[in-house]
Design a binder for this molecule. Structure first.
Ligand SMILES: [Zn+2]
Length: 351
């Protein structure tokens, strides 16, 4: 396993600073960066590492590694058991302590399907809704099913591109991509949906091993059971997908409630947000920018619905372009799946 450790002030690490494309100032949030075969581990505090896939294996989502005196707590487990095992291998480059506890930020497949990699004795803590989802019919959750189609389509597209490619370099490039996605599709066959062993509704605090870890539920947002995992001493929060650098997937979301939930997040004293996807966010003011989008989307869709437009028409007409500068919304229109879901919630079809 190739392990390279760069100190934050070394010349090399300056080249490795994350691309904070959505902030004007480039601020490093890492004390150091460790590169493993499969991951980049940003050390964000003593014994706390933000784990992102480096492209060797498909992880799809980020994870957090929190070292305590005698053990390790992780938040989220990636998309497949194979990706989870890669995470465990990467953890081994920074600590040989056992991983005893996993916290689910939310139920989505890309954050929870790596869980079996961490063994049968693992304590898994999640929101009650996460438990309901992962013990319900997770295989047939629409978000999971559409991901399976998406990956199959990616493989099919690459196969046809390969069939039509004649240039040797181009063929090699497509073959590499094809192998990568085929490995991911194969890895999906190993998935065993693994629910929390312990649940919470509003708040839980872990005090073991010289580390305070708070789990907060501020309301529904990206799913019905999003947790913010907060380290009060370090002022770091792992936000799952309730806030990302941009707009989150809304297919299981509660858009009309989202801004209120983020208001709860703003009540924490935070200096670094580690999202479920993408790089860390040092500009905490971003919460307000994202919050404004969900508020405006709610108002705009409600306005169009009240005018009698169908969900399709409302999705086509919604104008959120005032969020171009902050969130890159350049086109007229909004995500149809999100708008349809908003209609269904308002019409009482979804609770
Ligand atoms: Zn998600």
């Amino acid at each position: 396993m190739g392990r390279e450790f760069f100190l934050a002030n070394s010349a090399q690490s300056r080249l490795l600073l994350p691309a904070l494309i959505y902030t004007l100032s480039i601020v490093s949030y890492a004390q150091g960066v460790i590169t493993t075969d499969t991951h980049r581990l940003d050390q964000v505090a003593d014994g706390v590492y933000f784990a992102t896939g480096n492209g060797d294996i498909y992880t799809m989502s980020n994870a957090l590694i929190i070292e305590r005196e005698d053990d390790i707590v992780i938040v989220d487990s990636h998309i497949t058991p194979a990706a989870g095992r890669a995470l465990l291998d990467s953890i081994r480059t920074v600590s040989d302590k056992p991983v005893t506890t996993l916290i689910n930020s939310h139920f989505h497949y890309d954050h929870s399907n790596g869980t079996p990699a961490f063994g049968d004795d693992l304590e898994i803590i999640g929101h009650e809704v996460t438990y309901e989802k992962l013990t319900g019919d997770p295989e047939n959750e629409h978000t999971y099913q559409s991901s399976l189609h998406r990956f199959d389509n990616t493989v099919a597209r690459l196969e046809s591109e390969l069939a039509n490619a004649t240039d040797a370099d181009e063929r090699l490039q497509i073959e590499n991509q094809l192998n990568y996605w085929r490995r991911h599709v194969e890895a999906q066959s190993e998935i065993v949906f693994t629910p929390p062993t312990q649940t919470l509704r509003d708040k839980m605090t872990l005090y073991r091993g010289g580390r305070e870890i708070q789990l907060h539920y501020f309301g529904r947002a990206h799913t019905g059971g999003d947790l913010a995992i907060y380290l009060p001493k370090e002022k770091i929060v792992f936000s799952g997908d309730m806030i990302l650098g941009g707009i989150s997937y809304m297919g299981d979301g509660y858009v009309a409630e989202w801004a209120d939930t983020l208001q709860g997040l703003k009540g924490l004293d935070i200096k670094l947000i580690l999202p479920g996807h993408g790089p860390g966010i040092t500009d905490v003011g971003r919460i307000s920018l994202v919050q404004a989008y969900y508020t405006d989307l709610t108002e705009e869709i409600k306005r169009l619905k009240d005018l009698g437009y169908s969900a399709e028409e409302a999705a086509a007409r919604a104008d959120l372009r005032e969020h171009e500068r902050t969130l890159g919304v350049r086109q007229l229109g909004a995500n149809l799946e999100a708008v349809q879901r908003m209609y269904d919630i308002w019409d009482g079809l979804i609770q």
